[in-house]
Design a protein around this ligand. Structure first.
Ligand code: ASP
Length: 316
């Protein structure tokens, strides 16, 4: 594997190997005071973020550092991007400076693919850390790691993805990965927050995808519910009457959560808008796996870096 650009195009066997590696790394590091492994010593990993981030950027940095890679963080705000440098020139500069891997987040869908094509003559790997409304593959992998831990797997499970599907790269990456692993995914959103072409989304052959506009009847049938942030920064116009009305129809509060089966898990990729998509009580309840998702994010990103930068060498 040279790049990780999306879950569409990531075959389920490779995804399984990454998840197994992440699980192994988590077990290895559990309870250790010193978390450094020597695996990527001498490798250079650069995060290149054109959009804000807390979890993704920090966990990639921690992942690289725990594997002993040299990690450099470039944010568009403090770089020559501000002086008008293009994405292509920035990418070529980072590769020329010695990046073994560029982890990119960009507001344009397709940006990570473009970067990979511009760097095809180099040995630099590209990881998509979120491109516009398109894909966020490591988020889907860490969500899968969390569901495997909580539910033992997703095959035959019914999982709802609720909220702003229209602007969510998390939803798209998850639909493909979850269905590839045999889950039935139900997208729950008001019609204004569902892409018109959702029927054309890539769906894994082992699972299925359905759509609903009504959350309450779905709740008792679910094994997991993944809430999406309402992405105001991508909204130009009114997609729902008010935050209060959104919350009344789609917010997961205690009364709604009580309709879920006992074992059902609540996920949120973060950042959470408490009081809008999720209530304080549900976010802090035992069924919420939100901080576990963050922890798993570090191990999954370690596993991704391992397979991109050391995996094949080790196998050889
Ligand atoms: N952190 C996720 C992303 O970057 C979800 C979100 O921002 O709502 O896509």
């Amino acid at each position: 594997m040279k790049h990780l650009l999306g879950t569409d195009g990531l075959d389920p066997d490779t995804a399984r190997v990454i998840l197994d590696t992440a699980e192994g790394l988590k077990k290895t590091l559990l309870g250790r005071e010193v978390k450094k492994l020597p695996t990527l010593r001498g490798r250079t990993v650069i995060t290149l973020f054109y959009e804000d981030s807390t979890r993704t950027r920090v966990s990639f940095e921690i992942a690289g550092k725990w594997m002993s890679a040299d990690v450099v963080n470039v944010s568009a705000k403090g770089s020559s991007v501000k002086k008008g440098e293009s994405l292509r020139d920035t990418a070529l500069t980072l590769a020329a400076a010695g990046a073994d891997c560029v982890i990119v987040r960009h507001p344009a869908s397709g940006a990570a693919h473009r970067l990979a094509s511009w760097l095809s003559h180099t040995n630099t790997s590209v990881v998509n850390a979120g491109d516009g409304t398109h894909e966020h593959p490591t988020q889907a992998l860490l969500d899968m790691a969390t569901l495997r831990e909580r539910l033992g797997g997703v095959e035959g499970r019914r999982i709802a993805i609720v909220g702003d599907v229209l602007h969510s790269r998390v939803a798209r990456s998850n639909v493909h990965l979850l269905t590839s692993f045999g889950a039935e995914v139900v997208l729950v959103a008001p019609p204004t927050l569902l892409p018109t072409a959702v029927g054309d989304w890539p769906v894994g052959a082992a699972g299925s995808l359905v759509v609903s506009h009504d959350l309450d009847p779905e709740l008792p049938t679910l094994d997991a519910v993944m809430l999406l942030r309402v992405q105001a920064e991508r909204m130009h116009g009114g997609f729902f009457p008010s935050a209060r009305e959104y919350s009344i129809a789609y917010g997961l509060n205690e009364a709604r959560a009580s309709l879920l089966p006992e074992h059902a898990v609540v996920l949120h990729p973060g950042p959470m808008l408490r009081g809008m998509e999720i209530s304080h009580a549900v976010a802090d309840s035992a069924r919420a796996a939100i901080t576990e998702q963050v922890t798993n994010g570090v191990h999954v990103r370690m596993a991704v870096l391992y397979h991109l930068l050391a995996g094949e060498e080790d196998a050889a």
